[in-house]
Unconditional design. Sequence first.
Length: 323
Amino acid sequence: MPFARLATATTATAHIGLGLAAVGRPGYITPDRDCDLPAGRTPDALRERAHELLDAAYAQGVRYLDVARSYGRAEEFLAEWLRARPDVQDVVIGSKWGYTYTADWRTDAEVHEVKDHSVAAFERQYAEAAALLGDRLDLYQIHSVTPDSPALTDPALHARLAELAANGVTVGISTSGPAQAEAIRAALAVTVDGKPLFRTVQATYNLLETSAAAALAEAHDAGLTVIVKEALANGRLAGPGAPPALRAVAGETEATCDAVAIAAILRLPWAGVVLSGAATAVQLASNLHAPVVDLDEGHLTRLGELVEEPATYWKHRSELPWS
């Protein structure tokens, strides 16, 4: 599978990926976007920013790149970057389907994305992604699977996804919400012709939200690649607003809060790739410092005390404004 290319990478940052959610569309739920993005946030301005981040990430050893159909024009920006750099052949490209972007490049839209896990939605969105990324698409994931998602029980969809996998595209899921562990375990049980269907799982995991840890370890033990998203809890674990305990550990290790938060995840044996959602080159450079942060057991114990109840964490996240 394509993730074998990551296993052979020799750079310290090979297991940090770059996600383009923050720069593929003008609106997102991470705070301080007025400071992070170009004035006006036009498609051309965000295209330039996305390409700047992709150049910086690749130069610093990042080899996994993450987009989605609902990330505005992120797939388009990535496809343009790949076409302009035909010598870049050692990256792994992952995208997701299941949400349709509906904000029409506005930050004040009433609805920014609409969820649909039907076979019809898959066919439409896969055709759109393939038209942009072609044979560079290595991984295609179902976006934000929850335990009640029809994607876990629809045999017609499973058959179509198995066909995609037979043609060389790895099939996976991403998860969201307080019941991530249940969704992951349900996905592990999905088979087609006696073979497991899903080979990757992308889940929210960070110092505040650790409830999926045991299920992710089970997925890893079952041979799936685990991709960690929202490692900085949509900005809550970065900058001056980070929890005091995190700021203290950052000071003791002479690192930034974001690097410490990512470093704690990189230590986990089941974490295959941890995504950076950087919106600026400075943020990216700070995130990529994570592999050299030296955390001892005392640091990890103190950081472990930051954990919130899943319901509390996800309620807070659901209340973050699009801006």
